[in-house]
Design a protein around this ligand. Sequence first.
Ligand code: COA
Length: 318
Amino acid sequence: MSFRFLGTGAYVPETIVTNDALSKLVDTDDEWITQRVGVKRRHISKNQTAADMATEAAKRALENAGVLPAELDLILVATVSSETAAPSAACLVQRNIGAACMAFDISAACAGFLFALETANAYFMTRKIKKALVIGAERLSRLVNWSDRSTCVIFGDGAGAAVLGEGNAYLDSTFTVTGDDTVLRIPNYAGKSPYWEGKSEDPFIEMQGQATFKFAVQSMVRDIKLLLERNHLSTEDIACIVPHQANSRIIELAARKLGIPYERFVLNITEYGNTSAASVPIALDEAARKGILQKGDKFIMAGFGGGLASAANLMIWE
Ligand code: COA
C-alpha cells in the first residue's frame, strides 16, 4: 500500500515582477535573464506569508480532490521560508482550513516536496493514515538579497499542494543528501544573544551559481536514470517529467544527457521563476489540469537544491 493523488492545487500571488522591472532595481536586462535562466516573470507576495499561500493552494487541492478538511489525517508543508518557526506553516494551514490532524513542516529546500511525499508514504505504508495534504510553499522574496543580481532574478513566491489517498501509485523513489554549505546556503537570523560570539549574517540566499548548476544537472540525470534502470523502463515508457524549475538550461542539458525530448519536461519557469519547494507541486498541478497527465501514465518528479539534497520519484497517474 502506498498512495495516489486525489487532487492538486496551486496558488501564486497576484503581483507580477517582470525582467524589465528588475532591471530598474539591479544592473541586469531581460535578454540576460531569459537566455541564462529562462525566467520572464515571477510572482511576488506583497502581504501573504508562505503559510497564507500554502492555505490557498491547499483549499484548491481539497476542492479538486473532493475531500473535506475534516477527513485529513496528516498535513505536511515543505518550506524554507515560513515566517514563523513555531507555529510551523503546516500548523497554520491546519487552523486556516479547519482540519484537526497532525501537521508539521519539512525542510529540504527545492527537493522538499519530494521528501514530504516520501514521509507521507511511510505513514500510508504503516496504514496509520487514509488521507494526507502535502504542500510546498515559499515566500523566497523574503530570503533574496534584492541588490544581488546573480540571485534576485531567479526566484519567486508561490505554493503547490496535493491531496493523497490510499493507492498504489507511488512506485519508487531515490534520495541523495551530501551535507554542504559552500554551494548553496540560507543562514537563519542569528539572534541577539549577549553570549553569542559567532557570526551574525543577513538571512539571504547565497549561491555559487556554476557549482549549483553542475550539481543540479548531475543529480537530475543520475536520479532519473536510476529510477528507469531499477524499474526496467525505457525513456519511452515515461509520459512526462515534472522537474524542479531551477533554470531552463539545467533542464535542457539534463534532457539531452538522458535522451528524453525536452518537450516531455513540464516547464513553467518562464512564468514563476524558481519557487523552491513549491516548484514541483505547482508544475504537477499544471500538468494535471492541462491534461498532460492521463490515467495510467507513468511519470517522474525530480527535485534538487540546498542540502545538498536531491530526490526523484516514479509514479503512475491514477
Ligand atoms: N544580469 C546580468 N549579468 C549578470 C547577472 C544578471 N542578473 N548575474 C550575473 N551576471 C554576470 C556576472 O556578473 C558575470 O559577469 P562577468 O563575466 O563580467 O564577471 C557573468 O554574468 C557570468 O556570470 P556567471 O555566474 O558565470 O553566469 P552563469 O552563466 O553561470 O549564470 C546563473 C548564472 C546563476 C544563472 C547560473 O549559474 C545558474 O542558473 N546556476 C544554477 C542556479 C540554480 O539553479 N539555483 C537554484 C538551485 S535549486
